[in-house]
Design a protein around this ligand. Structure first.
Ligand code: ARG
Length: 580
């Protein structure tokens, strides 16, 4: 049920009947204050201006054409010409009942699109670092949301698995294999990469071999190809373990690394030249873009092929966008990459559009995000200034969750087994790291702070997970199944109505996340639901109410709350537990 869409439709019809053009905008929004009703239409003023009518007069006319029964029980004109809508408790109750009976909580499926989401994208033979954490978590939440709405989602893990560094990596892997044949350990990828680089810088013979391997790898040499595969596989094996720990849905099948586009690059360069977009400059192939200026104020030159014949990150992203449209048949492509790569993407896509590789009807969207900062406001690093390994960060999350919550949980649930306790601590620790990220508007930097993210009060994972267990416990105490509830739903108290209204806005929230790619919208929504539930729970007796009908109705409202919280958290990739 999408209340906003329903009201928009009705009010637009009334506007048209009142003389407005067919493309007029009713601008229906959720009201910020209860006195303005549940929804308000803000579009009357601008339509009136176009028609040359006093806004209040147009509003009056709209009302004569507007029949909102049984949805609303009061509609009024306010201020210069706003229309305030007060939803009818009986209608809300009937809609809540429908939502409760539906496996998808009454959410209308989207008009199905093929949506490619580029996220995570770690680099081969390197540890995943905090930048990849943001991309991974936010991207996965959006993927889950899009799938819940019924879209065909293609997860594209644009792994950094190609480039000249593979020469030295292959040469070093070979050296390691020769030296200690059986126990070759790549478990510390960072150290492996550093050692390879050191050899390359210091040993001319090694460097020569490495350069030779680059050429061979690019030429499809079988030995080099096999060594390269090993490096990719070992890295991805570790990354998949991290994805599993993070409750992220990416698998090995979603890998679409840079190497995938390698064979298309010569064709792209030739085509851009043929189209007159690319020119030779100092031996390199360059596309000059008027849209971007260099320091001298001249059109910026984007190199797509170096004078040694090598291709660039930009060339790959041009081919990649083309592939996603042509081969994957994308209607929409979302990129979860940090904001520092914005210019890079804009340049690649400007070329893509000019070359006509992707039509304007298919959107290429950079859903960028800021950096993770330490408490000191500087980029998040280890004490010695190194990058923080993701696996270490997750270990720390579990330790901190344990230190903070172990006693508390055992106190409340003395009979909890060690196994259950471990899984609760795990869900809370991992959930805290993810939720802290997801709950912030992704476009800005954010401060990574264990105390804040593990707080039991406020918009945090532990609070939300606890809120869920609180609702779930009602059913346990009463010994009833959530899905065995009967009777009508009736919203007698204002708090019941407020909670039901918010619960029925789940669909609006999902669509906002899908449209903007901003999971924090879902976090704020769920936090709101939890708060409204608290107000309801503390003021409206449920189990000890003597009227059976009210008791059953309130239980159903609680059941809808539980399911909405669980489903909402699931779209964010946050696990719920039954007690904590
Ligand atoms: N591997 C890159 C990095 O670590 C991110 C790739 C993002 N995706 C893309 N299509 N360029 O920075």
């Amino acid at each position: 049920m999408n209340i906003q869409a329903l009201l928009t439709d009705k009010i637009t019809q009334a506007l048209i009947a009142a003389g407005a053009p067919s493309d007029c905008e009713a601008q229906v929004r959720q009201s910020a204050k209860a006195q303005f009703g549940d929804y308000q239409a803000n579009g009357i003023m601008s339509v009136a201006k176009k028609l040359g009518l006093p806004p209040r007069q147009l509003a009056e006319q709209v009302l004569t054409h507007l029949d909102l029964s049984p949805i609303a029980n009061k509609v009024e004109i306010a201020g210069p010409g706003f229309i305030n809508i007060f939803l009818a408790p009986e209608w809300l109750a009937s809609q809540a009942k429908i939502a409760l009976a539906d496996a998808k909580l009454g959410v209308t499926p989207a008009v199905k699109q093929t949506i490619v989401v580029d996220y995570s994208a770690p680099n081969v033979a390197k540890e995943m670092h905090v930048g990849h954490l943001r991309s991974t978590i936010i991207g996965d939440a959006v993927v889950r949301t899009l799938e819940f709405l019924g879209h065909h989602v293609i997860r594209a893990n644009h792994v950094g698995d190609w480039g000249t560094q593979f020469g030295m990596l292959i040469a070093y892997l070979e050296k390691m294999e020769n030296e200690h044949a059986d126990n070759m350990s790549l478990s510390d990828l960072e150290a492996f990469y550093r050692a390879a680089k050191q050899h390359y810088d210091q040993d001319p013979e090694f460097a020569e071999r490495a350069r030779n391997y680059v050429v061979k790898l690019q030429g499809g040499d079988e030995y080099c190809r096999a060594m390269w595969r090993k490096l990719v596989d070992v890295t991805m094996y570790q990354n998949i373990l991290t994805y599993k720990r993070l409750n992220v849905t990416l698998t090995v099948d979603d890998v679409m690394g840079e190497s995938l586009y390698n064979s298309m690059l010569p064709g792209i360069v030739a085509d851009l030249k043929a189209k007159g977009l690319a020119v030779q400059s100092d031996g390199a192939t360059v596309v000059y873009l008027d849209e971007f200026k260099n320091k001298e104020g001249e059109p910026m030159g984007v190199i797509i092929q170096k004078n040694d014949g090598g291709y660039l990150y930009t060339t790959t992203d041009i081919a990649c966008a083309k592939y996603r449209y042509e081969t994957l048949k994308a209607d929409r492509v979302l990129y979860y990459i940090d904001s520092r790569q914005h210019q890079h993407l804009m340049q690649a896509w400007t070329i893509v559009r000019k070359a006509g590789y992707v039509p304007e009807s298919v959107t290429l969207e950079h859903h960028m995000f800021g950096m993770m900062l330490g408490k000191d406001g500087k980029p998040f690093k280890t004490r010695s200034g190194g990058t923080i390994k993701l696996s270490d960060l997750l270990d720390e999350a579990i330790e901190n969750a344990d230190a903070k919550l172990h006693a508390l949980i055992m106190d409340k649930n003395p009979d909890m087994s060690e196994d259950e306790l471990r899984s609760v601590i795990n869900a809370v620790g991992i959930g805290a790291v993810k939720y802290a990220d997801l709950s912030k508007n992704r476009t800005t930097d954010y401060i990574f702070d264990w105390d804040n993210m593990l707080a039991l009060e406020g918009n945090t994972a532990p609070y939300m997970q606890y809120a869920y267990t609180r609702v779930a416990s009602i059913f346990k105490r009463a010994g009833i199944e959530e899905n065995s509830l009967i009777g009508d739903l009736q919203l007698v108290d204002d708090r019941e109505k407020a909670l039901a209204t918010r619960l029925l806005q789940f669909e609006e929230t999902l669509y906002a996340v899908a449209r903007e790619g901003t999971p924090h919208t879902m976090c704020s929504y769920l936090y709101d639901v939890a708060g409204l539930f608290s107000g309801f729970y503390e003021n409206c007796p449920i189990l000890n109410h003597d009227d059976q009908a009210i008791r059953n109705s309130r239980l159903q409202l609680a059941a809808l709350t539980a399911r909405t919280l669980k489903q909402g958290l699931d779209t964010l990739g946050i696990e719920t537990v039954e007690r904590m």
